[in-house]
Write a protein that binds this ligand. Structure first.
Ligand code: ZN
Ligand code: ZN
Ligand code: ZN
Length: 159
C-alpha cells in the first residue's frame, strides 16, 4: 500500500504507474490523479496555443467564432496533412508549445478549417451569390464524404 501525494488515499501499489528514478520505482501520485493531471495539462496547453495564435480570447481568423470547443490550429501554407503525418501521434498543441510556438499557424473554427481543407476556400470569403459555392454546399453526398475526412484527419486536435 502507498499514499497518493495528491489525493492522500492509501491505495494498493498497482494503482500507481511506474516511474524510473524514484525510490520505489512508482509515481508519487495514483493513476487516477495522474490521468486527471494529464487531461488538465493538455487543456492548458491547448488554451495557451489557441491564445498565442488566435488572440485572447481566441477567435477564428475567418469568421470570428470564439467558442474554443470549435477552434483548431491551421497550418497557414495548407500542408497541414503532411505536417500531421510528420508529427505522428503528438497532439499539435503540445508539438507547437515544445517548439516555442513557431510562425505559420493560425486559429480557425472547425467550419472554416473544414471548408478551406476540402474546397480550398471558405464561403465567408466569397460573395454569397457565388454559384460554385452554392452547388458545392448543396451536394450532400460530397459534404458527407468531406465530413468523414475531416474527423479522421483531425481527431487528435479535439483534445
Ligand atoms: Zn491520487
Ligand atoms: Zn470560422
Ligand atoms: Zn470562414
Amino acid at each position: 500500500m502507498k499514499e497518493c501525494r495528491r489525493c492522500h488515499n492509501i491505495l494498493p501499489t498497482n494503482r500507481f504507474g511506474p516511474k524510473k528514478g524514484t525510490k520505489d520505482g512508482l509515481r508519487p501520485i495514483c493513476r487516477s490523479c495522474h490521468v486527471k493531471d494529464s487531461i488538465e495539462r493538455s487543456r492548458k496547453i491547448r488554451q495557451l496555443t489557441l491564445e498565442h495564435y488566435g488572440g485572447n480570447p481566441p477567435k477564428c481568423a475567418c469568421c470570428g467564432e470564439s467558442n474554443t470547443e470549435f477552434l483548431v490550429i491551421d497550418h497557414i501554407n495548407g500542408n497541414g496533412n503532411k505536417h500531421r503525418e510528420e508529427i505522428k501521434n503528438c497532439p499539435i498543441h503540445t508539438h507547437l508549445k515544445a517548439r516555442g510556438f513557431p510562425d505559420g499557424y493560425r486559429v480557425l473554427c472547425a467550419n472554416c478549417n473544414h471548408s478551406l481543407g476540402i474546397w480550398g476556400y471558405c464561403p465567408h470569403q466569397l460573395n454569397s451569390g457565388s454559384e460554385k459555392v452554392l452547388s458545392c454546399l448543396h451536394n450532400d453526398e460530397q459534404l458527407e464524404v468531406a465530413v468523414c475526412m475531416q474527423f479522421s484527419e483531425q481527431s487528435c486536435e479535439f483534445i
